[in-house]
Design a protein around this ligand. Sequence first.
Ligand code: ADP
Length: 216
Amino acid sequence: MRVLMVAPPGAGKGTQGAVIAAHFDIPHIATGDLLRDHVARQTPLGRAVREHLDRGDLVPDHIVLDMVRDALVAAKEAGTGYVLDGMPRNITQARTLYQVGKSLAMTADVALHLQADDGELIRRLLARAALEHRSDDTEDVIRRRLALYHEVTHPIVTWYAERGILVSVDAMQPVERVGRQILTALEAIRPLLDHVPEHARTPIDLTGLGAAFGDA
Ligand code: ADP
């Protein structure tokens, strides 16, 4: 199973990415975590990206693309799929990632879109800020990250819908229910992956289903 996630900050990419990774036994490639790890270790890359992270800006495309290319090569060598959390974040990244995926025969099977309102996202991020101390979880920087999401990241959702691999989930629900809905949808799709070519697929929108789906 090869999954990428498109979601605003605070929607639960990290949490649900870990759920998906554990369920399918695949690596969880989280670009934000990889970047923060470089910052913590004060590597040259970490020093180059630190200010971008602190401001809530995107780091230059080539930096994340190189990191993710390496991670995809490793996943291919290990013979697994992946769940990619935090990339792509703009249309250039989406297109380049697709080219990299094609060259490795590792393009995503599913683009998972987690949907939530800005008010709820800000509430969650401020609550997290009180517990963890991420340098980008201050109110100004949270607003900057959300604005960037709406401006440059959200538009790529349409691109995945057109490719037929989009699955949209309502991330305003309790975290366990979001997780169950995601896993139920991915398990339903899994047997089709080898039989239905990408151009014959259609987007799946679970956001109107409410509580029932995945609760059985
Ligand atoms: P969030 O989604 O809550 O903003 P992440 O941990 O996914 O948290 O990302 C944190 C920061 O890492 C982003 O604000 C950005 O500076 C940087 N980053 C992560 N992924 C990318 C990417 N694909 N392209 C550019 N910058 C990125």
